[in-house]
Design a protein around this ligand. Sequence first.
Ligand code: ZN
Length: 92
Amino acid sequence: MQCPPLNYQLPYTFENGLNFNGFNAQCSGCHQPIELEQLRGSLSAIGLDRCLLSARGYCDACDGITCYDFILTATDQLNVEPLPRQSTTQPL
Ligand SMILES: [Zn+2]
């Protein structure tokens, strides 16, 4: 499945004016930083001040893919919390 580059969708602006400009992605395999340009995914609003970030980053160094799933919450300031790992895969 092809997702659009994440930076096409950045900065993401919340209803209250806070901006999300991206995050420091790191490869889960070799811990190298992953450029914003290498991230693909989507940002979807799940409320006025909450947004689901779901992205995949491609690592040049080890040819690996790292998945990022975060909930962004914009109240007084922007909070990024990892989504608890849950089984979102299809049953066989
Ligand atoms: Zn890597």
